[in-house]
Design a protein around this ligand. Structure first.
Ligand code: PA5
Length: 443
């Protein structure tokens, strides 16, 4: 479903993978074995087996859509509890989705994300939306993230005021099946909820209810993602004989080689597609939070979008410090042909009658070649079409790449102690009970 072109890497990727075949097979076997352990963090590897969960999510979403009760979906979540659904919604829906008529959306909900605590942004968004037509989807695995819970408390308060007794019908919660304050709330108040499996961490949760429910509520058939995951699992986890054809393994090896042997500490992911722009954001979190670990390990992922960033970051990539390995993401078959009209305007003959399809392809190839001439290594991941199956395959590939790279670095790719520490200091600065020690330590 994906193809990898590593010709411009400046090192032989196949040889690199082959030279470590035994070690890589052992890593794959270890990850696979851990995927069924409820106390580990590899549950995302096996989410394609959850057909029942997929069906439950789809059935709930279909009922909501058919009820015609809601127009807006407001997703409250941050980090791994927001970036996955944001990326997939941008990939699959029109940029004008929220402006389309209900008929054009086939009653799929418009979707808005609150993924920050910016007072103005939050005020402007929440106060402009008609709460009577709004469903809040609250996503937090831990059930206690301050950014998410503060918006959630606003929602409860305002729903009670505006909707009255039926306020709970405007909520759907996604959290741990047993632990955390939000789960306790869902159980006590009998609010509709879905679970994030205990062995699936935030940034690996896009194919659990975290990503699937918002997508299904906009009218996407989520079973198609599962089909993509089944393929990816077969190709990338089950098949262990020829690791050279395993794109996740190849990408992991390329990252480690670039970082540890060649001193390339920066890794832009540059999809040539505006629809895939937020995949870069999702990727940045996945790689940064998973691989950036003590003792000063990690490669810095960067968001870039082609061709837009040819007019922004490319100059730096080409002539700045030689510290980057670029991953291009290329779509070979766009849904639409966009033709540049024949023109009678003098001087524009080169573009007259061209298609944007040919233009974007030439720009990606041209950029990769220009970078190669400046000794900047790059590889190109080719995806045939932007659809549910391919997106699931792609995101799974990046997740597996990250897990394998974590094993090669010898770090735990699934924790985030640096983030947890900042959460504790935040509560300490707010003067919350139980966090006094953190301020004392500062003094
Ligand atoms: O990847 C992660 O684990 C984090 O980015 C979390 O998703 C983020 O901190 C939000 O946490 P939670 O889902 O518990 O609110």
């Amino acid at each position: 479903m994906l193809k990898l072109d590593s010709n411009l890497l400046k090192f032989n990727l196949s040889e690199l993978v082959s030279s470590q075949e035994g070690k890589l097979q052992a890593i794959l076997q270890d990850l696979e074995k851990r995927s069924t352990d409820q106390n580990d963090w590899l549950g995302w590897l096996a989410l394609h087996n959850d057909s029942k969960v997929y069906a439950e999510i789809q059935a709930y979403a279909d009922t909501v859509i058919k009820s015609n009760k809601f127009e807006n979906l407001i997703v409250l979540g941050i980090g791994g509890s927001a970036l996955g659904p944001q990326a997939l919604i941008q990939a699959l829906h029109s940029p004008l989705w929220n402006e389309l008529s209900a008929e054009k959306r086939k009653n799929g909900l418009k979707v808005y994300f609150v993924d920050n605590v910016d007072p103005d942004w939050t005020h402007n968004l929440l106060n402009e939306l008609n709460l009577e037509k709004s469903l809040f989807c609250v996503i937090t695995k831990s059930g206690g993230t301050a950014e998410t819970i503060s918006a959630f408390l606003w929602a409860i308060d305002n729903l009670k005021k505006k909707i009255g007794n039926n306020w709970k019908d405007h909520l759907v919660l996604i959290t741990d099946p047993e632990k955390g304050t939000l789960r306790a709330f869902a159980n006590k108040e009998n609010v509709k909820s879905f679970a994030v499996p205990p062995n699936v961490g935030g940034r690996f949760s896009v194919f659990s209810a975290v990503g699937l429910l918002p997508l299904a509520l906009t009218g996407i058939q989520i079973e198609k993602f599962r089909a993509g995951l089944v393929e990816a699992y077969k190709d990338l986890v089950e098949k262990k004989d020829n690791l050279n054809s395993n794109i996740a393994i190849s990408l992991a090896c390329a990252l480690i080689e670039a970082d540890q042997k060649l001193g390339k500490k920066i890794n832009p992911l540059m999809p040539y597609s505006s629809h895939l722009g937020r995949i870069s954001d999702w990727y940045v979190q996945l790689v940064a939070e998973s691989l950036g670990k003590t003792p000063q390990i990690g490669i810095t992922p960067i968001k870039a979008v082609g061709a837009t960033d040819q007019h922004s970051q490319l100059q730096l990539f080409a002539e700045g410090p030689l510290d980057k390995i670029i991953f291009f993401l290329k779509v070979t078959e766009f849904t639409h042909q966009f033709k540049v009209p024949e023109t009678i305007i003098e001087g524009f003959a080169d573009l007259a009658g061209e298609t944007l399809n040919r233009l974007i392809e030439a720009q990606q190839k041209g950029t990769a070649q220009a970078l190669a001439q400046k000794n900047v290594p790059s590889l190109t991941i080719e995806m045939s079409k932007i659809n549910e199956e391919n997106l699931a395959y792609l995101l799974f590939t990046f997740q597996l790449m990250t897990a394998v790279a974590g094993s090669l670095y010898g770090i735990d790719a699934f924790n985030q102690p640096g983030v947890e520490l900042s959460k504790k200091y935040t509560y300490a600065f707010l003067g919350k009970a139980g966090y006094e020690q953190y301020l004392k330590d500062l003094k």
